[in-house]
Ligand binder design. Sequence first.
Ligand code: UD1
Length: 439
Amino acid sequence: MAKIIVQGGVPLRGTLRVQGSKNAALPILAACVLVSGVCELENCPDLSDVCAAVRILRHLGCVVTRAGDRLTVDARAVIRAAIPDDLMREMRSSIVFLGSVLARTGRASLCTPGGCDIGMRPIDLHLSSLYALGARIHTENGALRCFAPGGLCGTELCLPFPSVGATENILLASATAKGTTLLRGAAREPEIDDLICFLNACGARIRTTGAGTILITGVPALHGCRHRVIPDRIAAVTYMTAVGTAGGDVTLTDTAPAHYLSVIRVLERAGCRIAFENDRLRIQSEGRLCAVPRIRTLPYPGFPTDAQAAVMALLATAKGVSVIEETIFENRFHHVRALRRMGADIAVNGRTARVKGVRRLRGAAVAAGDLRAGAALIVAGLGADGETVIDDVHHIDRGYEKIEACLQTLGARIERSADSGSTEPEQQYPLRLVPLQRG
Ligand code: UD1
């Protein structure tokens, strides 16, 4: 299996274009199922999760082609309503196909995604909302069968927690339902706005009528459109933490700083110098950063749980004590063990991590426990002394487009190697696998 190898201690400099948003692209791809026409999606990142969504679309009967960052989805001939387990299990967020397949075909048959490394991830809010919209749902041994033979009907819904995925499924199920749906307590993430923007470009009638309230007036059918996916805010934040940790001066382009102001504030507080205008952001970091007393992950516009791991990696060497509370997922501290192996001083008590900054981290052999934990280890490795070898990089490939190539353009000494079988993550100081390119 491939590994990523990082030689730390090299400041990052230059300009980097930020990829399109994974978490916006995935529900938009699911939304294409609703459209009896052709949709062109620009700025669609080339990632393994997007490839998994494309495989589902093709299985359902869509014709999907890619040219550069443009995906074309022709969903005129959707013929299937069942998604096989192996395709569902490739990507947990494939549950977002439930709403669109049900709305398009009147039925949907798929397996429940189950728990994952970062927590139980139940789908009760998805199912109860679809039920309220008229779906009849049977679950048996992890198999989920939904029917709405007479079509779905708009209704009033209130989510007790602003689940991103449940909000997306409600939007997909109600865009072509009969009547009007009023959703309160909806998620407010930028990716939700992008899905609404896409659906409206296809002829839907959806408007947000206040914080967390969405009014969806069902339309009989949707038509094709061209849409540009928003920039990936978590990828942007990851590259910013890399600069904060390794030091340097980097400008991000094709980014939307307004989507991650909560993280910008935290990084400024830690001592990074940040300036932004329109779709560009410049971050400068030199010397040792300082701790941030308290960070709490929260639904948007609060501090994003997806940025928690990378920011913890940055704070691992910041002067003083930082406290990070994870309120969204129950098991999202996978990176702590690996950061400790690199010399970090982090104590976890339930959902709270106390990070006492050490002067330097040292390279080690570690494994990516999940997508954002893996990216955090790259961030840590870029600022560490010596070599960090990161295993299980398929997790990282789910969400980052050519992450090592992006960092190389900034001068980082990072590369990917095929496994030679010589290094185990347990080793404190692994052997070097391949010579790194210098300069
Ligand atoms: C999405 C993002 C993920 C991000 C998360 C929170 C995608 C593909 N993924 O995941 O990167 O970390 O939002 O911002 O966009 N919950 C329930 N019942 C439900 C649904 C959710 O209890 O029916 C709970 C979850 O277990 C979790 C919390 O709500 O504790 C947040 O989940 P949710 O907002 O739904 O996240 P996802 O859509 O899965």
